[in-house]
Design a binder for this molecule. Structure first.
Ligand SMILES: C[S@@+](CC[C@H](N)C(=O)[O-])C[C@H]1O[C@@H](n2cnc3c(N)ncnc32)[C@H](O)[C@@H]1O
Length: 230
C-alpha cells in the first residue's frame, strides 16, 4: 500500500489528515496526529502507537479558521493526507490551507484525483448516474481539476501521481508555506476550472497528463524517497 510506504519513507513526526471516516488511513500513522472530519465513524483502534491523536469533529474550513495545526503540534506538519469533501474548490482550499503549516520538504497527499470513469467524477454525490460507474460505491467528485490547476498556478511544486486503485494518489512536495498564489487567485481559479468537464476534457487525456507511476515501482520506502527527491 502506497500510503504505508510513504509513512516508512517520510518518517513523519507530525501527521495531519482531512477526511478520516472510520480511520483506515489514520491507523497508518505512528506519530503525533491530528484528524479533521465533520462526522467521524470510528469503531476500531486507530490510535495504535501514536503518542497523541487529536480529533476535530468539524469541517476543514472551520478547523483552519479556528486552529493552527503547527501551533498545536509545536512543529510544522511533516505529512498530510487530504481526503475530505470531494469537490474541487474544497480540495483547493484544503491544499492551500495545509501547505501554510508545512515545511518545504513535507509531503501532502491528495486522494481521488484520477477518476476511473466519468460517472465517479460527477459533482453531485446523490446523482443517480453514479450507479453506472465501474466503482458505484466510490465518489471522486471533481477534485481531479486540482491537478491542471496546480500545474498552471504552482509549477514550483513537485507533483507525482501514482496509479493506486481505483482513483490514484497524488504526492506533492517542494512546498512553499509562504506562497499566497492559490489564496490570492482563489476566486479566479475556481471560476476558470468550474466549467471544465471530465467528459469533454477526456478521462484518457487527464490520465496521460498525470504520467502515472505504477505502484509496483514503489515497492520499497527507498523508491518513494527517490521519487520525492528526499
Ligand atoms: C472518503 S472519506 C475518508 C476516508 C479515509 N481517509 C480513509 O481512507 O479511511 C471522506 C471523509 O471526508 C469527510 N468530509 C466531508 N466533508 C468534509 C469537510 N468539509 N471537511 C473535512 N472532512 C469532510 C466525510 O465526513 C468523510 O468521512
Amino acid at each position: 500500500m502506497v500510503l504505508a510506504r510513504l509513512h516508512e519513507s517520510v518518517r513523519p513526526s507530525t501527521y495531519f489528515e482531512i477526511g478520516t471516516l472510520r480511520g483506515e488511513t489514520l491507523k497508518l500513522a505512528k506519530c503525533k496526529s491530528i484528524a479533521v472530519d465533520p462526522k467521524f465513524r470510528i469503531a476500531s483502534d486507530v490510535i495504535g502507537a501514536k503518542p497523541c491523536c487529536l480529533f476535530f469533529q468539524t469541517t476543514s474550513d472551520d478547523f483552519f479558521r479556528d486552529r493552527d495545526p503547527a501551533a498545536i503540534f509545536g512543529a510544522p506538519i511533516d505529512f498530510a493526507f487530504i481526503d475530505g469533501l470531494h469537490l474541487f474548490e474544497y480540495a483547493l482550499r484544503d491544499f492551500a490551507n495545509t501547505e501554510r503549516h508545512c515545511r518545504p520538504n513535507s509531503v501532502i497527499v491528495l486522494h481521488d484525483c484520477v477518476p476511473a470513469d466519468r460517472w465517479m467524477a460527477e459533482r453531485v454525490y446523490t446523482d443517480e448516474c453514479r450507479r453506472r460507474s465501474t466503482f458505484p460505491d466510490r465518489w471522486a467528485g471533481d477534485v481531479w481539476k486540482i491537478l491542471p490547476a496546480l500545474k498552471k498556478y504552482r509549477p514550483d511544486l513537485k507533483i507525482a501521481v501514482v496509479d493506486a486503485e481505483p482513483t490514484g494518489l497524488v504526492l506533492i512536495t517542494r512546498l512553499d508555506p509562504q506562497s499566497n498564489v492559490l489564496s490570492d487567485n482563489y476566486d479566479g481559479i475556481v471560476q476558470e476550472f468550474s466549467g471544465l468537464d471530465i467528459t469533454k476534457y477526456g478521462i484518457a487525456r487527464h490520465q496521460d497528463d498525470c504520467a502515472m507511476i505504477s505502484t509496483r515501482a514503489l515497492a520499497r520506502a527507498a523508491d518513494v524517497a527517490k521519487l520525492l527527491g528526499r
